[in-house]
Design a protein around this ligand. Structure first.
Ligand SMILES: Cc1cc2nc3c(=O)[nH]c(=O)nc-3n(C[C@H](O)[C@H](O)[C@H](O)COP(=O)(O)O)c2cc1C
Length: 169
């Protein structure tokens, strides 16, 4: 299977469906290696006049080390019907398991930025900003108790989209 580079402007997708319903695989890449995990929170759009991806990583994730240390990450949109196949990416930690071996997925890379070959669409992103969510963000105060009983607030990463890869079908 191969991918072609497409213009970000030509991409038609619903972030709610593609990320929230079908789920994505986020891969943090550093000089030490890479790690991938399932994400269902996030989006893509525009910030500071740049096409950008927004992802949210709790500090306890093994992936966090890679999103923190690395300059690039990828967000892979997996398409419909992939939940079962990608289960290990959201249930197990890369500290304990080789998720690619366990899932049967294959890690490819674009200029050293890794992503699963099983993806439908891949955003290759350069990290341009990051901040921890803090409780003072919340105007709706129920967000805190519903999502952060352990006070493990996500770190939000903004990635400038430097390439979009689309699976050739
Ligand atoms: C459907 C689904 C969505 C998830 N979304 C996120 C997310 O957006 N951010 C996050 O930090 N963890 C999320 N997780 C949890 C991580 O994928 C999970 O804890 C994973 O095992 C972490 O792996 P790691 O320790 O190798 O990084 C999600 C899990 C599932 C099943």
């Amino acid at each position: 299977m191969s991918f072609e580079k497409i213009n970000v402007e030509d991409l038609e997708f619903s972030p709610v469906k593609a990320i929230g319903e079908n789920w994505g695989i986020l891969t943090g890449c550093s000089e030490e290696g890479f790690n991938s995990m399932t994400v269902s929170w996030g989006s893509a759009g525009v910030l500071w006049s740049k096409p950008a991806v927004f992802v949210f990583v709790r500090p306890g994730r093994h992936t966090f080390k890679f999103t923190e240390q690395g300059e690039y990450f990828s967000l892979a949109l997996m398409g419909e019907g992939m939940h079962e196949k990608m289960a290990v990416f959201g249930k197990k930690s890369g500290r304990d398991v080789d998720k690619y071996a366990a899932s049967g997925f294959t890690a490819l890379n674009e200029d050293g930025v890794f992503y699963p070959e099983e993806a439908d669409t891949v955003f290759i992103c350069k990290k341009i900003a990051a901040t921890f969510i803090t409780p003072d963000w919340f105007i709706d105060e129920s967000i805190d108790e519903k999502n952060y009983p352990n006070k493990d607030y996500h770190r939000m990463y903004v990635g400038e989209i430097v390439k979009v890869l689309k699976k050739v079908k």
